[in-house]
Design a protein around this ligand. Structure first.
Ligand code: F6P
Length: 360
């Protein structure tokens, strides 16, 4: 048994299914195998910004029931970059030093940060500035973190989107409609292409591959000619209009978010094919719910491996999933290699090989 350590853990960025499963695995490994203490930090780095820092001791008893619970019991935020933190008067303030002080006040020997590429970049900058011992775990339903084949939360989101397609299938056929499912994923089309193939879509549009409305309509028409009275279309939220515009909606506070490309496409398909169209925007349903078995498994493996990296003193590294194994890589390498859908990759070939229209 090595020397005693007190480690912190935080979840940062958008939530997803499987975060609690990682927290559980970290505590079971750190306390059960190494006899360390684990402090759960609340609301990402914001829990370190306040005085006293907002953290709680996590014991195996406290995390016992977390495996199947969605969200994150620690809370999270995808706002408030500490290097340009939005203040009530509208100004932006660098509050990084307050966060660095929070780490010291808690007496941490190391920190496990669970986040996507944006959160990891921020945590790495804090770690360098504050001389922290940081280990990262990738999570995001978008699955766009470089190098790793899985990020926690992606598989559950794909399951949810696939189930939505399975349900839309029957109502589409009953009413002879073209059903359009708009899914999340930001600039990466991983959810759309995975759920689209798994859910038997006829058209899949992703940000990585340009498309033409003429070809989308030709696909719908081809199915009509074959006596198939309905079509299923999956579209990723960051797909642009044919003219290259990103479709967003802005709320009364002026906050702008991706969303609405499904409606655009529905209007275009109605106009060209005469078909009745309906749109389902799946939204945050993809982020919630109990984690799938695969997400639980990856979360457990990542949690154990992250604690082991601390035991080895291998900091500034992120755990990844590669060829059925957990492998650690420098955080910098993961951030540098944004992972989009490969237009020449297996999933694109698979979809096209089955006659799915996928753009170009
Ligand atoms: O990055 C995860 C994600 O769910 C994206 O797929 C989506 O565009 C975005 O976050 C939504 O963010 P918010 O929770 O702020 O609406």
């Amino acid at each position: 048994m090595g020397e005693f350590k007190r480690i912190g853990i935080l979840t940062s960025g958008g939530d997803c299914a499987g975060l609690n499963a990682v927290i559980r695995a970290v505590v079971l490994r750190a306390v059960g195998s190494y006899n360390w203490e684990v402090l759960g930090i609340r609301q990402a780095t914001q829990g370190l910004m306040v005085d006293p820092p907002q953290a709680t001791v996590l014991t195996p008893e406290r995390v016992d029931a977390l495996l199947t619970i969605g969200g994150t019991v620690l809370g999270t935020t995808n706002k408030g970059n500490p290097f340009a933190f939005p203040m009530p008067d509208g100004s932006l303030l660098d509050r990084s030093q307050e966060i660095i002080n929070g780490y010291r006040k808690l007496g941490l020997d190391a920190l496990i940060g669970i986040g996507g590429d944006g959160s990891m970049a921020i945590l790495q900058q804090l770690a360098r500035q504050g001389n922290w011992n940081l280990v990262a775990i990738p999570k995001t339903i978008d699955n766009d973190v470089g190098i790793t084949e899985h990020s926690i939360g992606f598989d559950t989101a794909v399951n949810t989107a696939t189930e939505a397609l399975d349900r839309l299938h029957f109502t589409a056929a009953s009413h002879s409609r073209v059903m359009i499912l708009e899914v999340m994923g930001r600039d990466a089309g991983h959810i759309a292409i995975s759920a689209g193939i798994a859910g038997g879509a006829d058209v899949i549009l992703i940000p990585e591959i340009p498309y033409s409305l003429e070809n989308v309509c030709a696909k719908v028409a081809e199915r009509q000619e074959q006596g198939k009275n309905y079509s299923l279309v999956v579209i990723s939220e960051a797909v642009r209009t044919e003219d290259g515009e990103v479709v967003t909606n802005t709320n009364r506070l002026g906050q702008c978010r991706l969303g609405g490309i499904g409606e655009y496409l529905a209007d275009q398909i109605s106009a060209c094919s005469g078909a009745e169209t309906r749109v389902t925007v799946l939204g945050h349903v993809q982020r919630g719910g109990a984690p799938s078995p695969l997400d639980r498994l990856v979360a457990s493996a990542f949690g154990v491996a992250a604690v082991d990296l601390i035991a080895e003193g291998k900091y500034d590294h992120m755990v990844t999933w590669q060829n059925r194994q957990v492998v650690s890589v420098p955080i910098q390498d993961a951030i540098a290699q944004y992972s989009a859908v490969d237009p020449k990759g297996t999933l694109v070939k698979t979809a096209r090989g089955m006659g799915i229209y996928l753009g170009d």
